[in-house]
Design a protein around this ligand. Structure first.
Ligand code: F6R
Length: 582
């Protein structure tokens, strides 16, 4: 989704801004732009499409001398992806970039139009520039404070003003924004990865805190009062952004799974006390979006088999449900980014009702990591490909460990210790995965069927395939097909049968026979050899670890299908890495 980088320092901002924008590319975007300022001019350059197109445009222009600049990648929300709607936006003396959504933009715009303001774009962002411009009478901090009082919604803003060409301003509410501290240079960004080339030191900005930056320092205020905030040092490595010879981030990230799984096992297997104690809760709610929700669905199967009462929902529904919490409830929030707007809202709803929340997140310092009662970091490093792979696996591993901690079982630990090696061997058998991808890549429709935990696995396999290959794909509880969907199965339809759960193996296999009888081409993925021609046999392992061998197999098949179709694997159309709007 949208990304922000701002710079003030001794360098010309162009290279810093472009380097930052390139690091933000992974989040998904459809247009981009930069603004530079000096005492005579504010220069804005924007482009639709890739950052490389913006770079070409910048190279053709004569750039002004400057040491202050702002830049943005836009993922369209209000108005189509074109140059006019791309950021930065400028009204009067004010030029700014914005992440988030202003919910009362229409009413503000109508009022300002009556006052004579002329708007150029369809965006909600332009009204913010117009408001700051209206309130500005020589004091930017005051103008920003007045403006944010009028705004409803979410915003992270980086702002420059014609009358103060040696200053950079920023403020945030709901949307993330941090301040990077270098040697005699400062950065503002929505994503620490954008500035790791220059500094690892950063300060987190609280809600509606206004930061004013000059070359010689920064000041943070809230309602005019100066605030001191702790300086953190990020432990993210810049090389997390390198491909290390892989063609795509997605395959690189899948191949990292055995090492990362091994790291978490080493950290927790013999130190379970480092994980939160969830045994005191009688009810567990699990909430997430997309793949993170499917992680939760796997977890639901673990906890239910432990006899715990579990509810699960996608965050965009959960946040609007009328939930009557019982006292001993724990809400588990699953999120890679820790910045997904709906998951944040779900967390805050529980926090407000004084219900304990546990975040299973990747990005430390993210909103969900900061505001939840407890957190467990999955330590995946940076996940760049839009489609999550390694984070999914590590989140399932943490849920599995939490379940084991509350319900120890003598077979689990031995299998856990074998897991990284087995996963590595499985991933190395790329020939098998490519062979299955051959069966799929020309198809228009694909189905995945399974029951219980195998159904949860099907959902993730199906999502991975459709989001990166654009093949229509659906996952069904195997027993449900005959209640309608089986009418779509005909000669040549590919149906993946996921069969790992011994308790319902025969049921799923007979559902697979039903689709074969209607002409389907079955692909069997299971932990026992069966008669099918197209199959991948994964090692049999403890039930609470089995998804960690099956899902990577499906991730690889999805990858090779998308590869054969020539898709933009790391940045599928219309998708964003971090969904920071509702
Ligand atoms: C799919 C995918 C998304 C995310 C979802 C939640 O491959 O990556 O479905 O899982 O947008 O994102 P996080 O985990 O950052 O909250």
């Amino acid at each position: 989704m949208c990304g922000i980088i701002g710079y003030i320092g001794n360098k010309h901002p162009k290279d810093v801004l472009l380097s930052g924008l390139k690091k933000l590319e992974y989040r998904g975007y459809d247009s981009s732009g930069i603004a530079l300022i000096n005492k005579d001019n504010t220069q804005i350059i924007k482009s639709v499409g890739k950052i490389s197109l913006l770079e070409d445009k910048i190279d053709k222009e004569k750039l002004i001398d400057s040491f202050v600049g702002i830049a943005h990648t836009r993922w369209a929300t209000h108005g189509e992806a074109n140059e006019i709607n791309a950021h930065p936006h400028r009204i009067g003396k004010i030029t700014l970039v914005h992440n988030g959504i202003i919910e009362n933009a229409d009413s503000i715009r109508n009022k300002l139009v009556k006052e004579g303001v002329v708007f150029n774009s369809e965006t909600d962002t332009e009204v913010i520039a117009a408001l700051i411009n209206k309130y500005y009478s020589g004091d930017m901090e005051e103008a920003i404070n007045k403006t944010i009082k009028d705004l409803k919604g979410s915003y992270a803003l980086s702002i420059i003003c014609d009358s103060e060409p040696d200053k950079l301003y920023a403020v945030r509410c709901e949307s993330p924004l941090l301040l990077g501290i270098g040697d005699n240079e400062y950065f503002v960004t929505s994503d620490i990865g954008a500035i790791l080339n220059y500094t690892k030191k950063y300060v987190l900005l609280g809600k509606d805190e206004v930061v004013s930056l000059s070359k010689s320092g920064y000041k943070i205020t809230k309602d005019g009062e100066v605030i001191n905030r702790e300086v953190f040092v990020s432990d993210l490595k810049n090389e997390d952004n390198d491909l290390f010879g892989y063609e795509h981030y997605m395959i690189k990230e899948i191949m990292e799974e055995p090492t990362l799984v091994n790291n978490l096992i080493k950290k927790y297997a013999n130190n379970l006390d480092k994980l939160p104690d969830i045994s005191k809760y009688k009810h567990i709610h699990i909430v997430g979006c997309g793949s993170a929700y499917y992680v939760g669905l796997v977890g639901k199967n673990f906890f239910e088999s432990d006899g715990i009462d579990v509810q699960i929902d996608v965050a965009s529904e959960y946040r609007y449900r009328n939930i009557k919490y019982s006292k001993n409830t724990l809400v588990i929030l699953i999120s890679q980014s820790g910045e997904t707007a709906d998951t944040i809202a779900a967390m805050r709803m529980a926090n407000e009702k004084e219900i304990d929340t546990l975040a299973i997140v990747n990005v430390d310092g993210s909103t969900i990591a900061r505001e939840s009662t407890y957190k467990v970091l999955i330590e995946a490093g940076r996940e760049v490909a839009v489609a999550t792979t390694k984070a999914y696996i590590l989140q399932v591993l943490i849920l599995s460990l939490l379940s084991y901690k509350t319900h120890p079982d003598k077979y689990y630990l031995d299998d856990l210790m074998r897991l990284p090696q087995q996963l590595k061997i499985l991933l190395d058998k790329t020939g098998f995965h490519k062979k299955m991808a051959d069966k799929v890549y020309k198809k228009k429709d694909v189905y995945f069927i399974g029951r219980l935990i195998d159904y949860a696995i099907c959902l993730e396999g199906s999502l991975k395939l459709k989001e990166i290959s654009y093949i229509h794909s659906e996952a069904y509880q195997a027993g449900e097909l005959k209640h309608g969907t089986i009418s779509l199965i005909n000669k040549g339809t590919v149906v993946f049968g996921i069969v790992t759960d011994d308790d319902i193996r025969d049921k799923t296999l007979s559902n697979l026979e039903e689709v074969i009888a209607r002409g389907a081409v079955p692909i069997y993925i299971g932990n026992r050899d069966e008669k099918y021609k197209n199959k991948i046999i994964v090692p049999k392992i403890h039930k609470k670890l089995q998804p960690l061998l099956v899902v990577p197999t499906l991730q690889l098949i999805a990858y090779y299908v998308a590869y054969k179709r020539g898709c933009n694997i790391d940045k599928p159309r219309n998708l964003a890495k971090s969904v920071t709007v509702e």
